[in-house]
Design a protein around this ligand. Sequence first.
Ligand code: NAD
Length: 350
Amino acid sequence: MKKIALNIENFSYDILIDYNLIDNIGSIIKEYFNASTVFIITDSNVVSFHGEKINSILDASNIKFNTYVLPAGESSKNIDTVNDIYNSLANSEITRHDIIIAFGGGVVGDIAGFVASTWMRGLRFIQVPTTVLACVDSSVGGKTGINISAGKNLVGSFYHPSLVLIDANMLKTLPDREFFSGVAEIVKHSLLFDSDMFKYLEENNKRLDIEKNICELLEKNCILKGRVVERDFKERHERMMLNFGHTVGHSVEKHLGYGHFLHGEAVSIGIMFALKLGVKLGITKNESLIEQVSSLLKSLNLPTDLPIGIDVLSAIKLDKKRMSDSINFIFIEKLGEPIIKKILLKNIIF
Ligand SMILES: NC(=O)c1ccc[n+]([C@@H]2O[C@H](COP(=O)([O-])OP(=O)(O)OC[C@H]3O[C@@H](n4cnc5c(N)ncnc54)[C@H](O)[C@@H]3O)[C@@H](O)[C@H]2O)c1
């Protein structure tokens, strides 16, 4: 088993990674928390694939549990779902001494984290991510949130899980499209911080290749993200780099409606936009990086072209990193070398 210890602003938690880790969830809960009641938040797909398993393991461990199942998909990530979960927590008499388990992808993790941060002013929660994206990105770093009609993740909180438990076996039931959507965030990490990982992906771009060393890859990505978060939890500077590709990615998602492109697919488009803009503004030194990254993303079945009709500028105006007439935009100077540049909104044209 791989174990990564994170220490963020005096709050420590572990990320555990292995195959079949879920088999030990009962003993892990007892060892870490000495708790006997949990509340599982999951979605309709995850419960159909893995619900029976987690239920029987908790039963066998004499852990009492209730489960809230939300409809799978980004459209559930809203205040109505949160309200419904609060009512369910109340009916299940969940108190601050109990534990919430976020059992699912980034949507479940973001909602469950938000609920955990606000229910009775905060109770402990465990992230059990079941998508690649959630394993390498959303379950690490303590950002929670929901969407409102004005934009994505505009309501949320910084709130740490008390444990992240990654069972690589869970990923086997992911549809290909979801699998590669998560790999987009791995490409992002490689562009930002790890040129060797970029080369590795170039040579291992089939799902079977990636799955062969999945635990190592997940570990590497959790460490890369985790260390950045340790140094800059509240995203004052360095953590902003993790938003590479996201400014435009979010606008694509919002413009086309959540669900048209998967999150990682929208980020893939945003990565290409940022690279092209970087070359245009003379920040990204190597023009051939555009072609190199584009062919990697395409080989991973990820989209690279900005869809026609996307009003990037008006969406950017809602970005959390925007100032009055400028925005902190993340560029890549060279492979593995990111830079944050304040650019005028009027220079973002394509
Ligand atoms: N908090 C953060 O730091 C952070 C970072 C990145 C992304 N996010 C958020 O994460 C969300 C995207 O996450 P996602 O891509 O995991 O989406 P998701 O949670 O919607 O999961 C994708 C799909 O896969 C299904 N699924 C999940 N696990 C499965 C499994 N093991 N087998 C079969 N199907 C499974 C889900 O039901 C869903 O249909 C977005 O809302 C995004 O804003 C948050």
